[in-house]
Write a protein that binds this ligand. Sequence first.
Ligand code: ZN
Length: 67
Amino acid sequence: MARKTVLVCDDCGKEVGDNKGATMRMTFTDARRGARQADLCDDCAGKMPGHAAARRGRRPKSATAAA
Ligand SMILES: [Zn+2]
């Protein structure tokens, strides 16, 4: 029997089920400060600040046109 690692929400401490929750990754502009990451349950992920972000690597057409 494979032992499963249980993911726990870093905000409220609840267990995060399979295919649930989110990972919040924070990268400091000052690279020396490194990055921070938090596992969140669905509830907490919804409460976190932030906005929908495009995937990295490709600029939206409108941004390219403005530049
Ligand atoms: Zn939570």
